[in-house]
Design a protein around this ligand. Sequence first.
Ligand SMILES: [Zn+2]
Length: 110
Amino acid sequence: MAAQGDHFLNATLPVKRKFIKKVAGECGLRVTSENRNDPTSFHGQGRAIDVAGPASGMSKFFKAFVPLAKNRKGVRELFYDPEGGWDNFVNVGPIGGHGDHVHIAFDPPP
Ligand SMILES: [Zn+2]
């Protein structure tokens, strides 16, 4: 996982977006929101994706990205209320408003 984590960390934003969508597809999820005109969110910077689908798939997707959030490997925000939430590499628990989709935000390569 370490090498995989570094791979994600060092990937460009387009590569990160592509990888996230691939994992979402593997979990049976679809993208419900990506880039939008929202200066208060990473969605406004092209750095966030929302995915939704069956709860089991959202749980699987969330768990797949926890190590990257926890270990500072490029995942800046990860929110899915039934499983918890990660903000700035800190486990913040459920933040509300993310019961029906998973939100993931990511950093450009360091
Ligand atoms: Zn979002």
